[in-house]
Design a protein around this ligand. Structure first.
Ligand code: PEP
Ligand code: MG
Length: 561
């Protein structure tokens, strides 16, 4: 029998299933009498301290900064002022017990976050669920099965794995992960990827169809789960597993090689980062091409304050060491909405008040972020980059706001560091005037994901028009060539941080178009280095020239074999 889900961390695993069903927290007493309110508040305060202690222990025992980061974020949720106030009100005004108030307040937040159309935000609901269950566990003196105690190799199957549960796993004993729920951006996917554990999510009904100890084959390359595979299927999966491992071993050999094309031309590799990173994340890179700061806004139940942002930026700079970190100011709007920020509903959000435009409409957002960024610049090599700049006016307005913030900090006597100023090139209107834009900035990074969306007028999130979203179209080739050439001619720094840079064929074409700085997710580096090591400048240029002169995307792809 075969089950199907979505492979979110590649690889193949064969082994016995361990089913994980967390305990549920039924509340025996939801309301209390007037004379019990003070005691209930005390119980909550004590539970809060205990939950903090548990999280501190988990942070100390964490095996990676990723894990520690998840638990630190949970501590911040525990201390969220709005939640604390709502719990206190629930007890004092609605006569809820501590348990009743925790459940209703957190459940309200979870429902709000879950409704977000962007899966990145919706997935954060798991963090609130996790913290709620921790508090209820303390209040009821109950504990779920401890996943860190799994001591023999197995494939773990669960309805959903909360962040702390995923983080607790001993990755040496987890051959694979299957969940009924969760998406490509869930914590399960992120952590499974970082440990190289094959994972399939969205495998509907898997808990009913799998039983404890049953032997299965998990193919996370196709999303297929084979229950009790026959000898032929098992042999097929083992062969595929070996080929996958061998392919990765071959590519991984390139990780430690110098960044040189086949003719000795040097290039640079950067990493793209979001909320989860470790010093290891930067290992094979010389810069961070984009640090997406949205996660700070999306993970927080309210607008993150300057101090919180400052601390988060310092953490990244510390992990990056001397490498330049390109902090991209918030790219909220489009599909990324914030539950706590009421914005007018738009007919076409991707063409609406997104990123820089939202910051211009609510300047305090950008002022706070720039203050935190400039202060953090004292602790590393920071560059500030504006997303969705569409015109020279946008760039000048952004620079003016940056200068205003510097003047303000100076006036207040608050120390801050230097930061280069740049933009993302992802709107065709800025590409069309790139000869003018280049003079206004220190550097730029091309966001091929949005550039393709706006150049081809194709919603990047809409599967029904996916065929129109052509990253390798001749129109993309020409636009990219134009932008890269202008920056190269001016001697200004240009990189690509869109998905194209981490795609083997994309990197090869970009190299031929003149690009020498490629920024990507860390797990893409080995394969990109492998392909670049095998090509000369001349050959790459020859292919890219033909691609620019091709008539269709199909012709471009044919050039790449
Ligand atoms: C891009 O548009 O290519 C990019 C890197 O930004 P994001 O994917 O975050 O929109
Ligand atoms: Mg973008």
């Amino acid at each position: 029998m075969i089950l199907k889900g979505n492979g979110v961390s590649p690889g193949i695993a064969l082994g016995q299933v361990v089913l994980y069903e967390p305990i549920t927290f039924d509340i025996d007493k939801e309301y209390c009498g007037a004379n019990e309110k003070a005691t209930e508040q005390e119980r909550f305060d004590e539970a809060l301290i205990k939950a903090h202690e548990e999280l501190d222990q988990l942070i100390n025992a964490a095996k990676s900064e990723e894990q520690a980061g998840i638990f630190s974020a949970h501590k911040e949720i525990l201390d969220d002022d709005e939640i604390l106030e709502m719990v206190a009100e629930g007890i004092s005004e609605q006569s809820q017990t501590a348990q009743g108030a925790v459940r209703s307040v957190y459940t309200e937040f979870i429902a709000l976050v879950e409704k977000a159309p962007n899966p990145l935000i919706a997935n954060r609901a798991d963090d609130f669920r996790d913290v709620r269950d921790r508090l209820l566990g303390v209040l009821q003196d109950k504990k779920s099965q401890d996943l860190s105690q799994i001591k023999s190799p197995c494939i773990l199957a669960a309805k959903v794995l909360l962040p702390s549960e995923t983080a607790a796993l001993d990755h040496n004993n987890i051959l694979g992960i299957i969940t009924e729920e969760g998406g490509a951006t869930s914590h399960t996917a992120i952590i499974a990827n970082s440990f190289g554990i094959p994972a399939v999510v969205g495998a509907a009904d898997c808990l009913r169809l799998l039983s404890e100890g049953v032997y299965i084959g998990l193919d996370a390359l196709t999303g297929e789960i084979y229950i009790k595979p026959d000898a032929e299927t098992e042999a097929f999966l083992l062969k595929k597993q070996e080929a996958f491992k061998e392919r990765n071993r071959q590519s991984d050999l390139f990780l430690d090689k110098p960044n040189l094309l086949a003719d000795g031309t040097p290039y640079e590799i950067g990493v793209n980062i979001g909320g989860i990173f470790t010093a290891e994340t930067f290992k094979y890179s010389s810069f961070a091409g984009v640090f997406r700061t949205e996660f700070l806004y999306m993970e927080s139940p309210c607008l993150p304050e300057e101090e919180e942002q400052y601390r988060a930026y310092c953490r990244v700079l510390k992990a990056a060491g001397k490498r330049p970190v390109t902090l991209r100011t918030m790219d909220i709007g489009g599909d990324k909405t914030l539950p706590y920020m009421k914005l007018q509903k738009e007919e076409n959000p991707f063409l609406g008040l997104r990123a820089l435009r939202l910051c211009f409409a609510k300047p305090e957002l950008l002022y706070t972020q720039l203050r935190a960024a400039l202060r953090s610049a004292l602790h590393g090599n920071l560059r500030i980059m504006l997303p969705m700049a569409g015109s020279i006016e946008d760039i000048r307005m952004g620079r003016k706001m940056l200068n205003d913030v510097k003047a303000q900090l100076e006036e207040e006597g608050i120390p801050f560091g230097k930061a280069e100023f740049g933009i993302m090139i992802e709107i065709p209107s800025i590409a069309a005037v790139i000869d003018l834009a280049v003079r206004e900035v220190d550097f730029a990074s091309i966001g091929t994901n949005d550039l393709c969306q706006y150049l081809s007028a194709t919603d990047r999130m809409n599967p029904t028009v996916a065929d129109y979203y052509q990253t390798f179209s001749p129109a993309m080739m020409r636009t990219l060539h134009h932008v890269i050439s202008v920056f190269n001619k001016e001697g200004k720094d240009i990189s690509v941080c869109g998905e194209m840079a981490g795609d083997e064929r994309g990197a090869l074409l970009l190299c031929g178009l003149g690009l020498r700085k490629f920024s990507m997710e860390p797990n893409k580096i080995a394969k990109v280095k492998e392909i670049l090591a095998g090509i000369t400048t001349e050959k790459a240029k020859e292919i890219a020239d033909k691609a620019r002169n091709a008539a269709t995307q199909e012709e471009v792809l044919m050039l790449l074999g």
